[in-house]
Write a protein that binds this ligand. Sequence first.
Ligand SMILES: [Cu+2]
Length: 191
Amino acid sequence: MADKPPSVSRPIVRRIGLTWSPLLLALSLLAIVSLSTACGGPATTSAAGSSSSPASSSAAEIEPLAATGDAAPTSSGSGGTLNVDLTEWGIKPDVPSIKAGTVQITATNKGAMEHEFVIIKTATAANALPMAADGSKVDEEAAGTSPGELEDIAAGQSKSGSFTLTPGHYALICNQPGHYKQGMATDFTVN
Ligand SMILES: [Cu+2]
């Protein structure tokens, strides 16, 4: 049963092939000639265009990052990732500035106490921010605008978040009571 259909179809194919082969040869020769002459140029350019357009589109996806990376000092990082160490008593970003955009920030508490990481966009120097009435903390609302923070980072722990940072001067602080006065503040620039 299974052998019959192939044995039947094969002769049909052969007959078609035999009867059509002169015509197919002629047609294929014509096709080859017409393709190589008329479409040869466009075919190669369109092939080059199609192969270069994915390349250029993928390059376009990379180019903004590469271009911003080129425009910025190499110390400003990739433009997308910022790592910050929190200690007693300091805040140390791994780069002094970064490109504007969506920035993935990881704050790591390398100290022995709980800390937090607060981002404040402000024209004021990081060590001169206005204090709350009791003097224990920065008055964050008076200091500027905050794109966000990573709260309650236990000793030895890290927290990460994605923040939208627009160009300007920032203060990166820990606003646990008393920590800012101990020096947990640093200036940061978004280009
Ligand atoms: Cu702290």
